[in-house]
Ligand binder design. Structure first.
Ligand code: EPZ
Length: 437
C-alpha cells in the first residue's frame, strides 16, 4: 500500500490534445490469454500501470519470460516456459483480475490452483458465475483451505456441446469461460455474455491465435474448440475509461480537449450524457484514422460554462459504464440542478460520495442511489480514494475546488492509469503526485 498522496489546486480551463494509452481492462485479460498460445507474443499500446505490472508478475511466477519495453509500451511474452499452474495467495490478494488465468491454465494444463480472490472495497465480487460455468464444462472443483483446486475431469471430452447461461453478463466470467472453451473439444455457447469493447478486443486476440469464436445475436458467444493456439502480435484498444476521465476533466474546468485516438463508438451513452449536460462533443475527428468512418475515431469536446444536471444509471455495455460513474458524479457536483445516479453493477460503489461531501458537494446516498444537488463551488479537503475510479473522481473535484485538496490511497490511482496526472498537467491542471514519504 503506497502512502503517497496527490495534491491539487484550482486549475484554469484544461486545453489540449492527448493520446490515450491501451485499455487496462483489455490488456490484463489479454496478457492472461497468452498462456493459451505456446510461444512468444508481442503486445503494443500496453499501459505501464501497477495492475499491468501485477499481471506480468503473475505470468512470470508461472514460468513465462516477459520483457516490457515501458518507454514504447511494448510487451513481449514467451509462455513456452510456463510449467506451473498455481497462483500464489499473495498474488491473488493483490489483484482480483488474477482469477482470469484460471481458464487459460485449465485449457493448457487441465489443472489450476488459485487462492480464492479477496473481495475488494466495491463489493463482494464473488466468482460464482466463473465456477458454475467451469463445472458445467466438466471441471472438478475442490476447496482446500484458502485455495481452490480445479481439475478437468477425464470424461469431459465426451461432452461436445456446452450451454453456459450467465445469470448476469459478467465481464470476467465471460472472458474466463471463453478462453477455456477455445481448447475444449466441441461447441460451447455462452448465453447472456458480456460484450464490452474490452471483451471484444480479447475475442480479436483469440481469433488471431486461431480460435473459432462467433458473436451471435442475443448476446451469445459460440466457441468451437480447436487443438492448438498460436502466439500473436496485437495492439490493445485505447482506454475508454482514460478517455472518459480526460473528457470530464475538460468539462469540470470548462475547457476544451481533443482525443484523436479515442473510439467514440465505445462510449456512445456516456457521450450522449455529456451533450445532455450542454457540452459540445464531436466525433470522428481523426482524419488519419484507418478504422473506417463508422468507428468514429477521435473525440473533440468544448465544455459549456453552464453545465446542466443529468441523471443516469450504470449497466452492462452498451449501458453507462460503471467505471465512469464516480468521475461523472464529481462533474455533476457543480452542475446546475439536481442529478440522480443509480449504480446497478456493484452493490457498494458510492463511497466516493462521502469524500465529495467533505469538499462541499451536496450529495445524499441511499445504498446504490445518489442524489446530487449542484453547488456553486467545492472546497479543498483531505480525502481518501476507495477504488481506482473514486481516485479519478476526487482528482476532478480537486481541479476546481477553491483551496488545496490532498488525496491519499493513491495506490488505486497507480493501479488504473499510466501517469494520468502527467496528462492532466500537460492540459494545464495543477496536480502533483508524491510517492511514499
Ligand atoms: C470488470 O470486472 C472490470 N475489471 C471492472 O473494472 C468493471 O467495473 C467490471 O468488469 C464491469 O464492467 C477488469 O476487467 C479487470 P463483472 P469484473 O464480473 O469482471 C458480480 C475498474 O475500475 N459477479 O462484470 O470483476 C460482481 O460482484 C474495474 O477498472 C458475481 O456476482 O466485473 C459485480 O457486482 C472495477 N459473480 C457484477 O457481477 C461472479 O462470478 C459485475 O461483475 C462475477 C461477478
Amino acid at each position: 500500500m503506497s502512502n503517497g498522496h496527490i495534491l491539487l489546486r484550482k486549475s484554469s480551463e484544461l486545453h489540449g490534445t492527448i493520446e490515450l494509452t491501451g485499455a487496462k481492462n483489455a490488456v490484463l485479460v489479454i496478457i492472461a490469454s497468452l498462456i493459451l498460445a505456446n510461444g512468444k507474443s508481442i503486445l503494443e499500446n500496453v499501459p505501464n500501470s501497477a495492475d499491468v505490472q501485477q499481471m506480468i508478475a503473475l505470468l512470470t511466477d508461472l514460468g513465462a519470460q516477459v520483457y516490457f519495453d515501458r518507454e514504447n509500451n511494448r510487451l513481449e511474452v514467451d509462455t513456452s516456459t510456463i510449467d506451473r499452474f498455481e497462483v500464489k495467495q499473495e498474488i491473488m490478494n493483490k489483484m482480483r483480475a488474477s482469477i482470469l488465468v484460471m481458464g487459460p491454465l485449465l485449457a493448457r494444463f487441465g489443472r489450476a490452483k488459485v487462492a480464492l480472490p479477496g473481495g475488494c472495497l466495491i463489493g463482494a465480487r464473488p466468482i460464482n458465475y466463473h465456477l458454475l460455468g467451469f463445472k458445467k464444462m466438466g471441471v472438478l472443483l475442490e476447496e482446500a483451505g484458502a485455495f481452490l483446486n480445479a481439475v478437468l475431469s477425464s470424461h469431459h471430452s465426451m461432452q461436445n456441446h456446452n450451454r453456459i447461461i450467465l445469470e448476469y453478463p459478467s465481464v470476467g466470467a465471460t472472458e474466463n469461460l471463453m478462453m477455456f472453451a477455445t481448447l475444449v473439444p466441441g461447441e460451447t455457447y455462452i448465453i447472456n455474455a458480456a460484450l464490452e469493447p474490452e471483451v471484444l478486443d480479447l475475442v480479436d486476440v483469440l481469433r488471431k491465435m486461431g480460435a473459432k469464436i462467433e458473436i451471435c445475436d442475443g448476446m451469445i458467444i459460440r466457441i468451437k474448440g480447436v487443438d492448438k493456439l498460436n502466439p500473436i502480435n496485437h495492439s490493445v484498444i485505447p482506454d475508454r475509461l482514460e478517455a472518459g476521465a480526460l473528457l470530464l476533466a475538460a468539462c469540470i474546468t470548462q475547457g476544451e480537449i481533443h482525443l484523436p485516438t479515442a473510439r467514440a463508438d465505445h462510449m456512445d451513452i456516456f457521450l450522449e450524457k455529456l451533450r445532455e449536460m450542454g457540452h459540445e462533443v464531436t466525433t470522428g475527428t481523426n482524419p488519419a484514422s484507418d478504422l473506417g468512418y463508422n468507428m468514429h475515431q477521435g473525440i473533440k469536446l468544448k465544455a459549456t460554462k453552464f453545465p446542466k444536471a443529468v441523471s443516469f444509471k450504470t449497466g452492462p455495455y452498451p449501458g453507462f459504464p460503471t467505471d465512469l460513474q464516480a468521475p461523472t458524479m464529481a462533474t455533476l457536483c457543480i452542475a446546475d440542478g439536481v442529478s440522480t445516479v443509480e449504480e446497478t453493477v456493484f452493490e457498494n460503489r458510492m463511497m466516493h460520495g462521502q469524500e465529495l461531501q467533505k469538499m462541499g458537494a451536496q450529495i445524499t446516498i441511499d445504498r446504490t442511489h445518489a442524489t446530487i444537488r449542484g453547488v456553486e463551488m467545492l472546497y479543498g479537503a483531505e480525502v481518501i480514494a476507495t477504488d481506482i475510479r473514486a481516485s479519478c473522481a476526487l482528482v476532478l473535484a480537486g481541479l476546481v475546488a477553491v483551496s488545496q485538496t490532498k488525496i491519499t490511497g493513491i495506490h488505486h490511482w497507480r493501479r488504473g492509469y499510466e501517469k494520468l496526472e502527467r496528462k492532466i498537467k500537460l492540459l494545464g491542471g495543477n496536480i502533483e503526485i508524491f510517492d511514499e514519504e
